[in-house]
Design a protein around this ligand. Structure first.
Ligand code: ME8
Length: 659
C-alpha cells in the first residue's frame, strides 16, 4: 500500500547572524513532528533552509567588508553555521534550500513573470514606510505609534518605482480561508490576522525594489529586484522542483501539510502566501501553524538586543537530546515562553534524571541483580493481576492514542505530558510492588517479581518509542539497555502491550541522563557565555578620530615634555592612582598623579623616560596635588580597556620639548 504523504517545513532562516535558541526551538519542533510522522509510517518530506537576499544582508556584508555571497556562505556553511547547528541538533531534514541556489533564482524569475503576465503584478510608485530590519513595507495606517508594528523600531520614508502585487483582489478569498477553514492554527492567530490586516482592508503589496541590488533580478526589467518575501515564500515549492529541473517531487508532495512559523511571520504565511498561490493557480498548503516566541527576561531574543542564548553552549553542556526535550516539553507550542537556564536544568533533573532515568536504571539494575539480566519464561502473564498491574498496563496500552491525538493537534508539550504520566505511574508501581521485598524470598515470589519487572520494561519500552522523535539518540540507548529488538521499537508495537519478548536480555548501561548540579552548572554557563561574548568582540578597538579641527596656535599652547621618573609609589587607599616624582629638566621635582595602577607596578617605572603635558592647571586627587598629565595610548582589546604609557628613548634628556 502506498504510504500517506506528509510535507512539513520550517521557515528559511536569515543568515544575517549566528542562529540562537529561538531559531533552534522552531526547527526542533518541526523535526520532532517529522520524526513522529515517519515513525507513524508516513512518507515524509521535511524542508529547511536559508533566506539569503535583501537589504539587511547587503548592509551586513558591506559592514563586514565582504560580498553578500561571501557573507551568507560563511554563516550558512562556515564553522558553527546554520548547517552545523542542524547537524549538531540531530535535525533530520530531507532537503535544505538556499535562496541563492541557481534553480531557485530562475524559478522565482519565472514565477514573477507569470504573475506579471496574468495581470496580478503591475508597475506603480511606491510611497510609504520601510522597516529595514524586518524588510517590510508599511502604510502609514499600519504603523503603531509611528513605528514598525512587528518590531517596534523606527521606519524610513521610501519612494520609488516598483511593481505591486494585487493583494487586494484576493482579500475575500483569504478571509474565507482564514475564517472558515482550519488553515491557520492555533485559532487565536486567525482573529489577530483578520482584525489587524483584513478588516482594515488589504492593500496591494510592493514586490520589487530598485534601491539595492542583492536580490533576484526581475528579468524583464533590469534594475528591479524581487521583494525578498516573494523570493522566500516560494522556496517551499521550488525546493520540490516547481519550475525547475533540480528536483521532481512537486507533484508528489505539494501542497504542504504544515508550515511551522513564528508568530511574527504568520501574516506573510497566512495572507500573502495564499494570495500569491491563488494568483499562480496553485493548491494552498493545508495548514500554517504560528508558534510563540522564546523570551528572555520577558523580551524576544535578538542579536541586536544582545540577549541571545547560544545553542552550542547549551548542547555541549547538557546534551543535544536533553536540550531538544526541554524545548518541547516546557513551552506550549502556540504560546510564548520564558527561557531560563534554571528552568532548563530543573526540567532535565525532574523529568529526565529523576523520572525517566531512575525508571530505566532501577528496572535494568533489578533485572540484572535478581535474574542475571534475563527474565524467566512465563513472566509476561500473571493469572491474578493486582490493581496496580492493571492500572499500569491500561495506561501504557492507551498511551499511543493519547499521544497521537496531541501530536496531531500540534501540541508536542501535551504529548510529552502524556508520556510522563505513564513514566510517573511506572515509578509509583515500583514503590507499590516493592521488588526488593519480593526478592527476599525468590522461591515464593520469584515469578511475581519477574512479572513486575516485565511490566516495567514494557511500560519503559512504550514510552521510549513515543519519546524517540524528541530524543532519538538517547532512546536508541534506552532500547539497547532494555534489549528491545527492532520490531519492539515500532509505532505499531507502541500500542501492543507484550511486544517485548519474555526472555529479553537487559543490560544496565550508562546513566542516560545524569543529574545536574544547578549552582555549578549555572556558574559554568555564565562563564561560558561571558567568554563567548568576549570572543565575539573585536580584537582591537580604538576610539574614532575627532572630526572637529583645532587651530595650530591653540595646539601649540599645550606644552609636552620628556620627563624622567625619579620615584613612583601607589597612593594609599586608592586602587588606581600612582604618585610620580619626575625630573622635568627645571631642577625642581614635579609631582603627577596618574590612574594607571591597573596596568603598571610603580617599581617597574622608575628610571623610565615618559611624556607629560606640563602646563595643565594643578588638580587635587585624594588630597594630593597633580601638576600635569602623563601621556598614554589607549584602546580596547576584546572589550577590555588597555593602556600603554608612552615611553621614549632614554637618550632624550629630561625637559626636552615635543613639537
Ligand atoms: O523570519 N523564539 O527568518 P528569521 C521562537 N527569513 N522563534 C523564534 C525566535 C524566538 N526567540 N527568534 C526567531 C525569517 N524565531 C524569514 C522566514 S520563511 C519563507 C522566511 C523564529 O531567521 C522566527 O519566528 O528571522 C521565525 O519563524 C524563524 O525563527 C526564522 O526567523
Amino acid at each position: 500500500m502506498e504510504k500517506k504523504k506528509f510535507y512539513i517545513t520550517t521557515p528559511i532562516y536569515y543568515p544575517s547572524d549566528k542562529l540562537h535558541i529561538g531559531h533552534t526551538y522552531c526547527t526542533v519542533a518541526t523535526d520532532a513532528m517529522a520524526r513522529y510522522k515517519r515513525l507513524a509510517g508516513y512518507d515524509v518530506m521535511f524542508l529547511t533552509g536559508t533566506d539569503e537576499h535583501g537589504q539587511k544582508i547587503e548592509d551586513k556584508a558591506k559592514e563586514a567588508g565582504v560580498t553578500p555571497q561571501q557573507f551568507v556562505d560563511r554563516i550558512v556553511d562556515g564553522p558553527q553555521g546554520v548547517r552545523d547547528l542542524w547537524k549538531l541538533m540531530n535535525i533530520s531534514n530531507d532537503r535544505f534550500i538556499r535562496t541563492t541556489d541557481d534553480y531557485h533564482v530562475s524559478a522565482i524569475q519565472k514565477i514573477f513573470r507569470k504573475m506579471h503576465d496574468n495581470g496580478d503584478i503591475y508597475k506603480g510608485t511606491y510611497k510609504g514606510k520601510y522597516c529595514k530590519p524586518c524588510e517590510s513595507f508599511w502604510t502609514e495606517s499600519q504603523l503603531v505609534d509611528g513605528k514598525c508594528p512587528d518590531c517596534g523600531r523606527e521606519v524610513q520614508d521610501a519612494e520609488e518605482e516598483a511593481y505591486f502585487f494585487r493583494l487586494s483582489k484576493y482579500a475575500d478569498r483569504v478571509r474565507d480561508l482564514l475564517e472558515n477553514t482550519d488553515f491557520l492554527q492555533p485559532r487565536s492567530r486567525v482573529n489577530e490576522m483578520v482584525k489587524n490586516f483584513i478588516d482594515p482592508g488589504l492593500e496591494d503589496l510592493c514586490v520589487s525594489r530598485t534601491s539595492f541590488t542583492w536580490g533576484i533580478p526581475v528579468d524583464f526589467d533590469p534594475g528591479h529586484v524581487v521583494y525578498v518575501w516573494v523570493d522566500a515564500l516560494f522556496n517551499y515549492t521550488t525546493a520540490l522542483g516547481f519550475l525547475n529541473d533540480k528536483y521532481d517531487d512537486y507533484d508528489h508532495y505539494w501542497p504542504a501539510d504544515y508550515h511551522f512559523v513564528g508568530k511574527e511571520i504568520v501574516r506573510f504565511h497566512s495572507i500573502i502566501w495564499p494570495a500569491m498561490l491563488m494568483s499562480m493557480g496553485m493548491p494552498l498548503p493545508k495548514h500554517v501553524f504560528g508558534h510563540g516566541w522564546l523570551l528572555l527576561d520577558g523580551g524576544k531574543m535578538s542579536k541586536s538586543k544582545g540577549n541571545v542564548v547560544d545553542p552550542y553552549i547549551l548542547a555541549e553542556k547538557f546534551g543535544v537530546d536533553a536540550l531538544r526535550f526541554f524545548l518541547m516539553r516546557t513551552f506550549p507550542f502556540g504560546s510564548d515562553g520564558n527561557f531560563s537556564n534554571e528552568l532548563l536544568i530543573q526540567t532535565i533533573n525532574t523529568d529526565l534524571a529523576n523520572d525517566l532515568g531512575n525508571l530505566v536504571s532501577r528496572t535494568t539494575a533489578m533485572a540484572g541483580k535478581y535474574f542475571g539480566g534475563t527474565l524467566p519464561e512465563g513472566c509476561k502473564t500473571w493469572t491474578a493481576p493486582e490493581d496496580c498491574d492493571q492500572s499500569l498496563i491500561a495506561m501504557a496500552s492507551g498511551l499511543r492514542d493519547a499521544y497521537e491525538a496531541q501530536m496531531e493537534s500540534c501540541a508536542p508539550h501535551n504529548a510529552l505530558a502524556e508520556v510522563f504520566k505513564v513514566i510517573q505511574r511506572a515509578n509509583k508501581y515500583i514503590d507499590e510492588t516493592a521488588p526488593w521485598s519480593l526478592a527476599r524470598d525468590m522461591e515464593a515470589n520469584g515469578a511475581r517479581l519477574a512479572h513486575v519487572l516485565y511490566n516495567l520494561l514494557e511500560a519503559t519500552r512504550i514510552c521510549g518509542i513515543l519519546l524517540s522523535p524528541f530524543m532519538p539518540e538517547s532512546m536508541d540507548k534506552l532500547f539497547a539497555q532494555i534489549g528491545a529488538p527492532a520490531d519492539a521499537r515500532t509505532w505499531e508495537s507502541a500500542a501492543l502491550w507484550g511486544a517485548l519478548p519474555e526472555t529479553v536480555t537487559v543490560t544496565k548501561g550508562e546513566n542516560l541522563f545524569p543529574r545536574i548540579d544547578m549552582d555549578k552548572a549555572i556558574e559554568e554557563l555564565e562563564a561560558a557565555a561571558e567568554s563567548a561574548r568576549k570572543a565575539a568582540l573585536p580584537d582591537i578597538e580604538v576610539e574614532p578620530q575627532l572630526t572637529e579641527k583645532v587651530d595650530f596656535d591653540t595646539f601649540c599652547k599645550s606644552d609636552f615634555r620628556a620627563v624622567k621618573v625619579k620615584a613612583c609609589e601607589a597612593v594609599k587607599k586608592s586602587a588606581k592612582l600612582l604618585k610620580f616624582t619626575l625630573d622635568d629638566g627645571t631642577g625642581v621635582d614635579r609631582q603627577i598623579l596618574s590612574g594607571i595602577h591597573a596596568w603598571y607596578e610603580p617599581e617597574d617605572l622608575i628610571g623610565k623616560t615618559l611624556i607629560a603635558i606640563v602646563n595643565l592647571p594643578p588638580r587635587k586627587m585624594m588630597g594630593l596635588e597633580s601638576n600635569g598629565m602623563l601621556i598614554s595610548a589607549v584602546h580596547t582589546e576584546k572589550g577590555e580597556e588597555a593602556l600603554h604609557l608612552i615611553m621614549v628613548d632614554d637618550a632624550i634628556p629630561a625637559g626636552a620639548k615635543l613639537c
